[in-house]
Design a protein around this ligand. Sequence first.
Ligand code: SF4
Ligand code: SF4
Length: 203
Amino acid sequence: MRYPKLRELKEAITSLFSKPYTSKFPAGEFKPFAGFRGKPIVDEDNCVGCETCANVCPSNAITFIDDAQTGIRTISRDYGTCIFCGECEEHCITGKGVKLSDEEYELACFDRSVLIETQERELLICDNCGAIITTKDHMRFIHEKLGPKAYSSILNLNMLNERLQLAREEDIKVTIQDGLKRKDMFNTLCPNCNRKIQIKNLM
Ligand code: SF4
Ligand code: SF4
């Protein structure tokens, strides 16, 4: 028979008289420690619906559905699939769109569908080909980041006008017909359609 080492014996005796490391949760209260990774909480004012967190989520807990008909992007976050890795928080482009709570952790339930939360964001769609550019909030965020440099693009001028109402929409909106022309630059165009106009201008 092997005898326990003195250090192990000391540990065993000390633990008999010290408080337990574990809590009696759910019977007793559990106080999360500093840096605890709980439920990811979305900040509606700072999430622009850019898709970055969905691209980095290792468990595919975050998914996006774009509906060009309604012009809405629906973002779903499934906390039944989330592994609380914190990648979404780490890579959030605004730095404040989602944060793992160090207080909210009780997610046990019988119906997993209650663990899915959704958000909606308005899409920015190309007036010519119908391609989805991004969300309007994402584009506004890019504007703020770039400052005055952002307004060297016609697309951005349209969005600036939407905010400042410098001209009426009916005055700047031009109906696109018989192919893209220079005047159509004042519509909301995706990079591909914008490029086609620029190339035509050069020829
Ligand atoms: S990366 Fe941030 S801003 Fe973009 S969708 Fe995710 S939480 Fe929102
Ligand atoms: S914490 Fe990790 S698994 Fe959970 S939603 Fe964020 S990236 Fe996905």
